[in-house]
Design a protein around this ligand. Sequence first.
Ligand SMILES: C[S@@+](CC[C@H](N)C(=O)[O-])C[C@H]1O[C@@H](n2cnc3c(N)ncnc32)[C@H](O)[C@@H]1O
Ligand code: SF4
Length: 455
Amino acid sequence: MSTIDLEQFSKYSKPGPRYTSYPTALEFSTDFSYDSYIKYLQNGKEKLSLYVHLPFCRSACYFCGCNVVFTSKEEKLSRYIEYLKKEIDLLASHLDTSREVIQFHFGGGTPTFYSAYELDTIMEYLKSKFTNWSDDAEISVEIDPRFFNEEQMKVFAKHGFNRISFGVQDFDEKVQKEIHRIQPYDITKNAVDLARKYGIDSINIDLIYGLPYQSFESFKSTLQLAFSLDPDRLAVFNYAHVPWMKKTMRKFDETTIPTPDVKLQIFQYTIDFFEQNGYKMVGMDHFAKPEDELFTAIKKGELHRNFQGYTTKGGANLIGIGLTSIGEGARYYAQNTKDMKSYEESIDNGRLPFERGVELSDDDYIRKSVIMELMANFSIDIARVETQHGIKFDEYFADALQELQEFCDASLVQITPTKLTVSPTGTLLIRNIAMPFDAYMHQYSGNKKSFSKTV
Ligand SMILES: C[S@@+](CC[C@H](N)C(=O)[O-])C[C@H]1O[C@@H](n2cnc3c(N)ncnc32)[C@H](O)[C@@H]1O
Ligand code: SF4
């Protein structure tokens, strides 16, 4: 990748969505009714992707933007399992649970805050209701290496887990102290070794750049240490700083957070580092070895983006189970309540804990396909979009194309009658390049407290 003009790039630093969904979660509302959601569940025929949210963590990592409940009370943990089981029963009464399950993910919080026995209980229960698991289903869990033991790994192996994602964020001691997450290298290494011992051959490591006290030099060491673990994939996230939404982020002295130009320098180095060491970039913030199935999917134009990142399993109906979890169908997003009391009350009343969501209009549907293609493949197959949706691309997206002109002028985007292509340097600004296609964006343009910064 050519060296970027940092000054030119810093001007693009503005609030923008990460596009794990379109419309984004800001558009989720109670206008999408419970009855409509149930109809989607009843009528769905697609294969299933199941997501189970286990929200508990022992202590707060100050940077964390996830939906988390802090506790150390075993009573709360086991009570939640009882409610999960009831939620699964309710789901089974509304949808055909013999539909094939092609993907499963345990997310958090910290799923391994639960004991091996408890994790096994949840999996057994789920499998007793959802009975048709594909032989090559992708079964994954995100693990905090500080809470992970062999008994838990045995349970994952027993249930056919084949992907594990480990949270690291940064190996530097000073950064770890500041973010309130002390995690010596050996803890991570032992966790990775344990997963490999049980045959997990897709191991991902999460890092974050843009954290307090990170410098170009310190992050270089973090990359080297991450590389030494030989992960199959890496996610290197741009730190989303949203202190108006997450109280713990207010603990940071903002003057210690790297500036946009340092962040860009770090990320450009990250791309070069991994490319020189046998990895390729996938989508916005992921890297993988060239033999990874993600690249085969890119070649076929079949890479998809969802709430867990990038996947080859597109087109499945995602069913969210547990507090705050999000489900997705071709024409809707549905989110469970974030409040534990309402979650329990709903289930006690025999209703799914669904709270809000959005039904996609035809326009949302078209824009979703364009934005997701851009986020996954860094290009848009204009000819395909026209055929699939029966539109004239340059007419339908006249406003967007006009807004994109500045990126074309800077050689960050190239547009021909059949294809829109983002240059390698332009990929660093992929959120900015997707934003002109977002019909809701103008509502937020003056509002600094909507999304995290793109750079
Ligand atoms: C639910 S957490 C990971 C699971 C596990 N609890 C752990 O911490 O290892 C998912 C990932 O989201 C990323 N993440 C969390 N907060 C973030 C933020 N504010 N900005 C960017 N990435 C963030 C982190 O890399 C984290 O590993
Ligand atoms: S980063 Fe992981 S362990 Fe830390 S608070 Fe967030 S979910 Fe919990």
